[in-house]
Design a protein around this ligand. Sequence first.
Ligand SMILES: [Zn+2]
Length: 80
Amino acid sequence: MSLQISCPHCGPRPVEEFLYGEIPVVPDSITDADARDLDRAFMRNNPEGPQTERWFHLFGCRRWLTLRRDTRTDEVMEAG
Ligand SMILES: [Zn+2]
């Protein structure tokens, strides 16, 4: 069985119904505005462990949801 995402509006749904979006976190050490834009657009943190993510329920309610997912296990710890 594939990963299930619990949508607060639709209930547990297969991950294939969603689009994934990472919330960009630009380090404070980058102060130049252009460099911050480049970092936000292209650099991914790819952490090992819990991270906060945005998911769009494309083939469902078409709403955004925020969840905490452990990237090592795909366990969803919080959804809202
Ligand atoms: Zn939904």
